[in-house]
Design a protein. Structure first.
Length: 124
């Protein structure tokens, strides 16, 4: 049985100390992984504090893009996916003459919705 060595807990850092680390990394030429290895911090902790501080600046009404270091890009909030996409009308009730001219233009749309369900639309 291999004797285990107790893990040394890293010191707790304040938000100001984390902001200083974020600024230091941004000014260095190192990647986040390399910087974290050099500073003996976890990349997960680095990213967690980066998000916390960015969110704190946004909640405080600050401009996150201007307040954070320029090397840390501001992340836009994800846009919700709409439940319905309006593609517009193909045409509004055409006149009889127009219908005859368009008779040669047939539109057929077939959508396989999965699970054996198929939507088949035909115009013309």
């Amino acid at each position: 049985m291999v004797p285990s060595t107790p893990r040394r807990r890293s010191p707790r850092r304040s938000a100001q100390a984390w902001q200083a680390l974020l600024d230091e990394q941004a000014e260095s030429a190192l990647t986040v992984t390399a910087f974290c290895h050099q500073a003996c911090i976890s990349p997960a902790s680095f990213y967690r504090w980066q998000g916390r501080l960015r969110k704190g600046l946004q909640n405080a009404g600050g401009n996150s893009a201007g307040t954070l270091s320029p090397a840390i890009p501001a992340v836009a909030a994800p846009q919700p996916i709409p439940d319905f996409v309006d593609l517009g009308a193909l045409e509004d009730l055409p006149s009889p003459a127009r219908r005859e001219a368009d008779a040669a233009h047939r539109l057929e749309l077939r959508l396989d919705l999965g699970g054996g369900l198929i939507l088949h639309l035909v115009r013309g």
